[in-house]
Design a protein around this ligand. Structure first.
Ligand SMILES: C[S@@+](CC[C@H](N)C(=O)[O-])C[C@H]1O[C@@H](n2cnc3c(N)ncnc32)[C@H](O)[C@@H]1O
Length: 263
């Protein structure tokens, strides 16, 4: 099966259901370094973001045998597969049926052909491939809402929410559910560039990026306030990432990754 690149983001449509988002995320998660960034010099440290969310943030020594992981807002699932290198069972959940369909196909088949933007209407062909060193049978994907997760998910040894919180309508509601999702001694990995936008998150629900009582409110400080009763902040680091829009246009961002240990 080959996925095309046609309909643009229609007004009012969820961007993550569009052809464009699907192609961008397949390339972002599975593209070779040469396809994503065919220029030298360029921000190479920003490549392979979903894999680095796991390799740079997961505390592998603390995992018990048979560990379970959850990847919320998993998109097309690369970090979900990467978690399966270290965890026996991994669930990836995303609100976009389009992205979850692609992730499920990658789980079943291991590859997915797609077209991505080159210049104007021109596209290039590529194949997304799950690394053959990963056991895909450990992974399951499902369509779901991080703000309304099914009640029987249970508690996980690892919960990853990569670049999700600033795409939620009510991130506090999500964070209120998180303590029940992470087993005692488990790890919560949050990454975000804190790109707060009213079209995703009404201003009254932003966790940072505004002034209150003459004080500049930053997202990490709010996360500390919300999570402190149940979690200890174990590490904080910058995680750059690069999303290629077309051959000569890129989004270079730096997510803040915070790693929290469940008390
Ligand atoms: C910025 S993308 C990040 C995707 C992926 N984690 C990554 O780092 O590449 C945000 C993702 O969150 C998903 N998303 C947005 N709102 C969601 C919700 N309420 N529940 C689950 N997923 C959601 C989107 O469909 C999209 O795949």
């Amino acid at each position: 099966m080959r996925l095309g690149l046609g309909i643009a983001c229609a007004k009012g449509m969820n961007y993550y259901e569009t052809d464009r988002a699907l192609a961008e995320y397949l390339l972002f998660h599975y593209g070779t370094p040469e396809a994503v960034l065919p220029f030298d010099p360029g921000p190479r440290a920003a490549l392979e973001f979903p894999a680095r969310c796991v390799s740079e943030c997961l505390e592998r020594d603390r995992l018990r045998p048979g560990a379970r992981a959850l990847d919320l807002g998993c998109a097309v699932g690369r970090a979900t597969f990467e978690l399966a290198r270290h965890c026996a069972r991994v669930v990836g959940i995303d609100w976009s049926a389009r992205l979850i369909d692609a992730a499920q196909r990658l789980r079943r088949v291991g590859t997915l052909d797609f077209a991505y933007a080159d210049e104007g209407d021109l596209t290039l062909e590529a194949t997304a491939r799950v690394p053959v060193t990963i056991d895909r049978r450990r992974v399951a994907f499902e369509h779901g809402d991080a703000l309304n997760l099914r009640g029987d998910l249970g508690a996980f040894d690892v919960v990853l929410a990569a670049n999700l919180i600033d795409r939620l309508e009510d991130p506090r509601r999500f964070l209120a559910r998180v303590p029940a999702l992470v087993a005692p001694g488990g790890q919560l990995i949050l990454t975000s560039p804190y790109t707060w936008l009213p079209q995703y998150t009404p201003r009254e629900h932003w966790l940072g990026g505004f002034e209150r009582d003459g004080r500049r409110v930053k997202t990490l400080d709010t996360l500390k306030e919300i999570l402190a009763p149940n979690f200890q902040l174990a590490a904080c680091r910058d995680l750059p990432f690069l999303i290629r829009e077309h051959a000569r246009k890129f989004q270079w961002s730096v997510a803040e990754a915070s790693v929290w240990n469940r008390r």
